[in-house]
Write a protein that binds this ligand. Structure first.
Ligand SMILES: *[C@@H]1O[C@H](CO)[C@@H](O)[C@H](O)[C@H]1NC(C)=O
Length: 221
């Protein structure tokens, strides 16, 4: 996992905005009104590292895994929502929403925040992640773990409501994950009903990853 140093994210459609990560007030999906900072900015408190059924804490072979999460259509926030995603992946990722590439990262110790504005709530939100575990670095004392951690805030300015969820155990929604990359794994029409559930490895702060702080935020048009 170590040995590949910071390379900044590389997505033309997103640009940095001057916002710093702050703790969200509640990390539970459907938690309703959010206080103080609006819209709230996602962080990893309450999130957990996940991986596929290949146990990710140690000894993960180099390779590519894919993950998917479908959030059912829910119009309680209003007709559209702004979605912010804080994400860190050991080692590299592409993040997709509804078939579109949102952002990429190459350093788990420098998590990103991606914001996508005015996403319709009248259709499901399909999140997909392509996650690549690099070959073990010679000086890696943890012998090549692999993991994903992500937190989400969907908010509406007009209703001043937000909902929150993260990678992690229930009541967070269940990600699915496989150790290969099927054709169109990022798409909205792929049938992932037979995919295995992703496995929770450790809460934020546990495992070998420390407590990386997400940010700055990038706005994706
Ligand atoms: C999304 O953010 C933009 C910019 O802050 C704002 O104008 C818009 O109202 C927001 N949309 C929703 C659905 O909250």
């Amino acid at each position: 996992m170590f040995g590949f140093r910071a390379v900044s994210s590389i997505v033309a459609l997103c640009f940095a905005v001057a916002v710093k990560a702050m703790p969200s007030s509640d990390a539970t999906i459907g938690s309703g009104l959010a206080a103080k900072v609006f819209p709230p900015i996602p962080d990893f408190s309450g999130a957990s590292w996940i991986w596929t059924t290949t146990q990710g804490l140690t000894g993960v072979p180099p390779g590519t895994s894919t993950f998917r999460l479908t959030i059912p259509s829910d119009t309680t926030l209003g007709p559209s929502a702004n979605i912010s995603v804080a994400i860190s992946v050991d080692n590299a990722y592409n993040l997709y929403l509804n078939g579109k590439l949102i952002g990429s990262g190459l350093d788990f110790s420098q998590p990103n925040i991606w914001t996508i504005n005015n996403v319709p709530t009248t259709q499901p939100w399909v999140f997909a992640i392509l996650a690549t575990n690099y070959a073990v670095a010679l000086n890696d004392p943890t012998v090549n773990p692999a993991g994903i951690i992500a937190s989400f805030v969907a908010s509406s300015m007009s209703t001043q409501q937000a909902k929150f969820w993260s990678t992690g155990p229930a009541p967070n929604p269940q990600w699915k994950g496989t150790d290969f990359a099927p054709v169109d794994f990022w798409g909205t029409t792929l049938d992932d009903s037979a995919w295995p559930a992703a496995v929770v490895l450790a809460p934020f702060g546990g495992g070998p990853w420390g407590t990386p702080v997400p940010g700055p935020a990038s706005l994706c048009v």
